[in-house]
Design a protein around this ligand. Structure first.
Ligand code: NAD
Length: 418
């Protein structure tokens, strides 16, 4: 099954249970727009590279399209369509007035200098042209992109508009640096949302984070922040990985020291605070919490049987294959599904967008308080809906049901034009 087929099956299963009106299912069956651009960029050594970028806009019934931009060698139209679909349902689930989109460029950012990445980003933004805009489609960071990438996108976009409108156009992207209109708390938002979701899970089970153990796959933005926030709550990081290596220490790893090491050396393997272990062993470590925070389809029929944790918090998008979902349910492992678990990123992106529109700067305490509220409300809605449909451990389907009920209500009220 392709990634997009997996994404389709997830919402279609929920659609059948709730008897979603067939005409709405028909509309949702394909994204509204699939944009593909090929654009040339000059490299530092003078040669030219022709790159391919995508932007897929799933639907905008609830508000402007919204979703990240990924730089990764595996980016292709199928992956971007799946990611756009997940964004659309995530925004609906968390009740944001936003639709869903995703974009990406097929490249390995590790192979490019900062100047090359700037030229790639500016050229890609220019190629997207009017397909993005602060009231139309608002990108954000994802894998391989960051606050700097967003500032380059914003700067390129606003320089193509009239001088009078430039300031008002800052909200064309979110996840910017603080000096360029970003929001406090956006850097840790995805992880903070994941931790709030875990708190909701823990509260219902009387689970205590103090002394609890966890494992993180993907020590980037989402993964490293989740590790730092969980350690602050007294939990112990047993193992962490990135694309280059995996490290383990049964006594616990200091996430700040590991991050500092990775920032300097890229590969965690030589980190003195832990031992290097083979990739596969990451999934076999007994812990309370597992946080996949890297790519899609990392937990599959092959390794799901080895997993020995109480809860999987999907900070990544689509980390669990359908076959793995079945195995995990049989084993009684709770999955906090991606469209709920990692929604903190888009929620604080929404806050940034609102602040840009109002020309305000919210305190971190306010951002966190509002984020906690939206995450808790969404978590409760998933629990309530799961009970209403008697779904047991199938939290993923429950999350899609909440989203689909909101999307259906909007389509029913509006109908289609003409
Ligand atoms: P990132 O680029 O900051 O970090 C990704 C990390 O994963 C890197 O450390 C990378 O080396 C590692 N990685 C890649 N392939 C790996 C592999 N095979 N094994 C182990 N590690 C691997 O990206 P990010 O923004 O943290 O995104 C990570 C995930 O979280 C993605 O699925 C993304 O869609 C999702 N997400 C991110 C945000 C956000 O705001 N950044 C929001 C919602 C969801």
């Amino acid at each position: 099954m392709s990634l997009y087929e997996i994404a389709q099956n997830q919402w279609r299963h929920a659609a059948e249970l709730m008897e979603l009106e067939p005409w709405i299912a028909t509309i949702l069956s394909e994204p509204k727009n699939e944009i593909r651009v090929n654009f040339p960029v000059q490299m530092d050594d003078g040669h030219y590279l022709l790159l391919t970028g995508y932007r897929v806009q799933h639907h905008n019934i609830l508000g402007p399209y919204k979703g990240g931009i990924r730089y990764h060698p595996q980016v292709d139209i199928d992956e971007v369509k799946a990611l756009a679909s997940w964004m659309a349902f995530k925004c609906a689930l968390t009740d944001l007035p936003l639709g869903g989109a995703k974009g990406g460029v097929e490249l390995d950012p590790k192979q490019h200098s900062k100047n090359e990445l700037m030229r790639i980003t500016r050229r890609f933004t220019h190629a997207l042209g009017e397909n993005i805009g602060p009231d139309y489609d608002i990108p954000a960071p994802d894998m391989g992109t960051n606050a700097q990438t967003m500032v380059w996108m914003m700067d390129t976009y606003i320089n193509a508009t009239s001088a009078h409108d430039r300031f008002a156009m800052r909200g064309v992207v979110t996840g910017k640096t603080l000096s360029c209109g970003g929001s406090l708390g956006r850097d840790k938002a995805t992880a903070q949302g994941t931790v709030y979701a875990l708190e909701s899970w823990a509260e219902r089970r009387g689970f205590n984070f103090d002394g609890a153990t966890f494992v993180v796959q993907g020590f980037g933005n989402a993964g490293s922040w989740t590790a730092r926030l969980l350690c602050k709550k007294g939990a112990k990081l047993l193992a962490a990985s990135n694309s280059r290596g995996v490290v383990y220490n049964e006594k616990g790893i200091d996430p700040d020291a590991l991050l500092a090491y990775i920032t300097k050396h890229k590969d965690p393997s030589g980190f003195s605070g832990a031992e290097s272990i083979p990739d596969k062993q990451l999934w076999q470590i007994k812990a309370d919490i597992l946080v996949p925070a890297a790519l899609e389809s990392q937990i599959d029929g092959g390794n799901a049987g080895d997993i020995d944790v109480k809860v999987i918090a999907e900070a990544a998008n689509g980390p669990t294959s359908p076959a793995a979902d079945d195995v995990l349910r049989e084993k009684g492992i709770t999955v906090i599904p991606d469209i709920l678990c990692n929604a903190g990123g888009v929620i604080v992106s929404y806050f940034e967008w609102v602040q840009n529109r109002k020309n305000e700067r919210w305190e971190l305490e306010e951002v966190d308080r509002k984020l906690r509220r939206l995450m808790t409300v969404a978590y409760d809605a998933v629990e309530e809906t799961g009970k209403r449909f008697d779904l047991g451990q199938d939290t993923r389907t429950a999350a899609y049901l909440v989203a689909l009920e909101r999307i259906q209500a909007a389509y029913q009220d509006r109908g289609i034009f003409p």
